[in-house]
Design a protein around this ligand. Structure first.
Ligand code: ZN
Length: 108
């Protein structure tokens, strides 16, 4: 496996999410398609399942907090700790709106 785009961990371990073939980096919580996805031309596994416009925001969160974002697909939280960490990310994003991709919140 390659280097995580958010925490730079090489050969990062993955934990399955509830989306077929998706696993999260267990260091920073970023989801990757490992198998069973639909790859676009030029994409290879593991393919980050986060829109590239969000990557700077997730990297900034990791660099500032060193806490996982848990943005993979989960039907329920694995633990109270994971739920709190995901909420911490949402709270952090709320006060760092300058890092949001420009298209978020725009009306079409
Ligand atoms: Zn990572």
């Amino acid at each position: 496996m390659s280097k995580c785009l958010i925490c730079d961990t090489e050969n990062f371990p993955g934990g399955w999410t509830d989306l077929n073939g998706e696993a999260s980096c267990l260091i920073c919580g970023t989801p990757y398609q490992i198998v069973n996805g639909t790859l676009l031309v030029g994409e290879v596994y593991p393919r980050c399942n986060i829109d590239s416009a969000w990557l700077p925001c997730l990297r900034a969160y990791w660099q500032e907090t060193r806490k996982p974002n848990w943005q993979g697909i989960f039907l329920g939280w694995r633990s109270q700790k994971q739920r709190i960490e995901a909420e911490d990310f949402a709270d952090w994003v709320h006060v760092h709106k300058e890092l949001l991709p420009s298209k978020v919140g725009e009306k079409k």
